[in-house]
Design a protein around this ligand. Structure first.
Ligand code: OGA
Ligand code: MN
Length: 281
């Protein structure tokens, strides 16, 4: 097993230089990546240039892939389960989901299945302007809270909804169908997620709409402040993409977002997803 790792910042991010074949084929290498992911939140494989087939093989080594039936257009392999992230209207007929990635979020928080354990993104075409992906470590953010604040948030519950994130990217007027769909995805979660490992993290993002049993303004202010706390430089990493980079993030222990880019940028990412194993609530 050959994993050469280098911490990016004390509280988030590691660069990994590894043999591509070992990542795709060797279980011990995959396990080492999973362990490191849990500790570091984000793993960066600079210029590893994985094909779709290799990315899928690596994904399968790490866990159960979440099935996306959307095949990547312009992909170089049998790309079932590879999701193309693009704002190009020729590629993506429903840009709303991609626009939603402009705001801090975790993937899959309002669905009935456990939130994905990890998301894997490979950079296929890079935007000249914008398009950097930002991450913040929600384990470190929780751990860094003063004791009085840990006590204050310990038992709070938060209502997450697809409606809350949808209203950030489109007007309600004229989009009834979209909003009635979005309104169906509502989930209550604890603000502090105690994982099976015993570690605790904050569960935050654009989908966090309100704090249960708290006046609306107080709850929303608290959620906004905790998100600002989480995104402070010590817990934060911004990835400046180069073509061929591959990045994995721990979706249960980080929030992420992308710096806005436009539909003419050509920015194209290929995404695979590893199923989660822990229901939060
Ligand atoms: C996602 C996502 C960010 C990016 O795929 O879930 O948030 O940088 N992507 O495209
Ligand atoms: Mn996302």
């Amino acid at each position: 097993m050959s994993l050469e790792t280098e911490a990016i910042k004390p509280h988030i991010g590691s660069i990994i230089r590894a043999d591509r074949a070992a990542l795709c084929e060797d279980d011990a290498t995959a396990q080492a990546c999973l362990d490191l992911l849990e500790q570091r939140g984000v793993l960066v494989f600079p210029g590893i240039n994985m094909s779709d087939a290799q990315q899928l093989a690596f994904t399968d080594r790490l866990g159960d892939r979440v099935n996306y039936t959307s095949t990547a257009s312009g992909s170089d392999a049998d790309a079932q389960d590879v999701y193309t992230i693009s704002l190009d209207p020729a590629v993506n007929k429903e840009p709303f989901y991609v626009l939603g990635t402009f705001f801090w979020h975790m993937d899959g928080v309002t669905s009935d299945i456990p939130p994905p354990r990890a998301t894997i993104l490979s950079g296929r075409r890079i935007s000249a302007r914008g398009g950097q992906t930002e991450f913040a470590n929600t384990y470190a953010a929780y751990a860094g809270l003063p004791d009085w604040e840990k006590a204050e948030v310990a038992d709070l519950r938060v209502i997450h909804s697809a409606y809350a994130s949808t209203r950030l990217v489109m007007e309600e007027e004229g989009n009834d169908e979209f909003f009635s769909h979005a309104r169906r995805y509502v989930k209550e979660h604890p603000l502090v997620w105690t994982h099976e490992s015993g570690r605790k993290s904050l569960l935050l993002g654009s989908h966090a709409d309100r704090v249960k049993d708290m006046p609306l303004a107080h709850g929303r202010s608290l959620l906004a402040r905790l998100l600002e706390w989480t995104a402070q430089p010590d817990y934060y990493y911004r990835h400046e993409w180069q073509e061929g980079d591959l990045v994995i993030w721990d979706n249960c222990g980080t929030v992420h977002r992308v710096v806005p880019y436009d539909e003419t940028s050509g920015r194209t990412m290929h995404r695979t997803t590893i199923a989660g194993t822990e229901l939060v609530s």
